[in-house]
Design a protein around this ligand. Structure first.
Ligand SMILES: Nc1ncnc2c1ncn2[C@@H]1O[C@H](COP(=O)(O)OP(=O)(O)OP(=O)(O)O)[C@@H](O)[C@H]1O
Length: 232
């Protein structure tokens, strides 16, 4: 299996502070890779570097064989930031139709993607009248509308109840089975179990690249030990 993302000796400084320090990692095509780490460990910054919106100090980031930020990558990557990026004064469906037209994709995708995020019943609702979790799901749907081969999702399950969370992870795996690569950040260690591959960050450094099975049964404990540098 080929690599969708190749990160080599990546260094990022933000406002004079080293935020990522010598990160080398890969994301396999077709994987559901979890990017996990405590708050402030650099997850968002790493995702930004992959999407090509982060100035980097050193090293390299390549996506589908091209340098991150290359114009050709724009159509290949769906990015969901932590801040829901949808229009409050439009309905759910209007938002999706708008993003579909920008991405020049078939409007018939709107119904399918709303079903994916379990928002079909609220299609006619104004976004300003949605809950935070519902708004986040509309935002996720906009990232998925054009069926990009790579989805980069920054904490997509924050604020969702367990059922929705489970549904979304099922959707992620269905997309992966259809050939999409997903890179999903989370600070909830429990979600690590749902990933095929894991990248663990601590204080801007890559702590481990492994599978959930390699961490053992008690993920929370394994993670704390890794972060604290305690031998298992
Ligand atoms: N715009 C910025 N300018 C300077 N430093 C920043 C900026 N944004 C974030 N940082 C710093 O970079 C470090 C990593 O932040 P980042 O947002 O990448 O972490 P994170 O792991 O995504 O955290 P969280 O889970 O809380 O979102 C933090 O120490 C943060 O203070």
């Amino acid at each position: 299996m080929g690599m969708m993302i190749e990160i080599s000796e990546l260094v990022v400084d933000r406002d004079g502070t080293r935020v990522l320090d010598d990160v080398t990692a890969v994301v396999r095509k077709g994987s559901v890779t979890g990017l996990l780490g405590p708050s402030g460990s650099g997850k968002t910054t790493l995702l930004r570097a992959i999407v090509g919106v982060q100035r980097i100090t050193g090293g390299s980031v390549r996506v589908a064989g091209l340098p991150a930020g290359h114009p050709e990558l724009r159509a290949l990557i769906g990015y969901q930031t932590q801040a829901p990026s949808v229009y409050a004064d439009l309905t759910v469906a209007e938002n999706l139709r708008y993003f579909a037209s920008i991405a020049r994709c078939d409007r018939r995708r709107v119904a399918a993607v709303l079903e994916d995020v379990r928002m079909s019943e609220l299609a006619g609702q104004l976004v300003s009248r949605l809950s935070g979790g519902q708004r986040a799901r509309v935002s996720l749907a906009t990232a998925m509308i054009a069926r990009p081969p790579l989805l980069v999702l920054d904490e997509p399950t924050v604020g969702l109840d367990p059922l929705l969370r489970r549904d979304l992870w099922r959707t992620f795996h269905r997309l992966a089975a259809e050939g999409t690569t997903l890179l999903v950040s989370s600070h909830v260690m429990d979600e690590a179990r749902r990933c095929t591959d894991l990248l663990l960050l601590r204080e801007g450094g890559l702590l481990a690249a492994c599978t959930p099975a390699e961490l053992g049964d008690d993920l929370e404990d394994a993670f704390c030990r890794l972060v604290e540098g305690v031998p298992a």
